[in-house]
Write a protein that binds this ligand. Sequence first.
Ligand code: GDP
Ligand code: MG
Length: 389
Amino acid sequence: SKQAYTRTKPHLNIGTMGHVDHGKTTLTAAITKVLSTRSGGTFVPFDRIDRAPEEAARGITINIAHVEYETETRHYAHVDMPGHADYVKNMVTGAAQLDGAILVVSALDGIMPQTAEHVLLARQVGVEHIVVALNKADAGDDELTELVELEVRELLTAHGYPGDTTPVVRVSGLRALEGDPRWTGAVEALLDAVDTCVPTPVRYTGAPFLLPVENVLTITGRGTVVTGALERGTVRVGDRAEVPGTGIHTVVTGLETFGRPMEEAEAGDNVALLLRGVARDAVRRGHVVAEPGSVTPRRRFTARLLVLPAAEGGRRTPVSTGYRPQFYIRTADIAGGVDLGGAAVAAPGETVTAEIELDRPVPLETGLGFAVREGGRTVGAGTVTAVAD
Ligand code: GDP
Ligand code: MG
């Protein structure tokens, strides 16, 4: 039988972010390679990270682009998204769970639109700590790399991060993957920066548990499994659970993390929950699994809403009452209407207060972050400031 997961080190959730082709997946593979050599972890090759979600099923844990590794002091779950659209969606909806992020910027290309978009979203969803990997340093020249570093520091500062003191480590994921000692050393330096600059978070464990559902799958002979990162609380085998809005009341009959059974999951853990007697199609991404009675889905709320400027990939025209974009809230993707109050408009770049009515109810609470998307682009970001009855 499978080895149980034992908690010996603090667990943190991190992820790579950054523009397509800047080397996020290569760097992710390189990190696992370096750590497999240093401390006997499991090397996860590039094509095992950068693959379709359906192909990732293993055990009852299906986390599309999660890899797991350990440094001397921490256990990490690291998320790397395949494409920009999925990336933003997953980052936005799940990023409230990210304790820190590795911003990957190609030293050859510098800041690109998705670099800026990911930094902005990270800020909006409350990712507190960023470490920069200035990648492809093997191929860049010093002067250009220097300029890119300055540019990245400015970008971070502009979004409320401490750009002047953020660690910026020059790496080459590609050369480290090939085993070049200069560059494996650089990846180690990057991991040291993550270990020291991303503090161990205080977990919100003293609350009723809540799991935003990322994936649903069926394990033959066992039943329906939901996966995701536990947002708050602790959950054990035998706990009662409900899926608000669906009428499902159930019991957690199995609990795993990264394919290994565990006794108790706590806030921050990536988990798979086996649910008793739940039909595969009764629960889906966007639902939450929660302690019975602890949350009530709602449709109407007030929010502070930032309309992204065109320069950051946002709209060119203002938003007015009647505007109907998609809202990404936790893992849910829901259409909704915006009311700015009478004839008021919000120009690109402005932050306004808005009343929002979703097409279907989801659990909402003050402080919850969300993204606003339109035709596959992020055009805004917001925070719930009040929930209507
Ligand atoms: P992602 O889209 O950000 O995940 O980028 P990938 O990891 O898929 O890399 C994109 C391309 O950049 C691939 O052709 C990689 O081989 C190349 N690449 C990635 N890292 C490095 C690096 O450190 N140096 C060089 N020269 N090329 C790299
Ligand atoms: Mg990739």
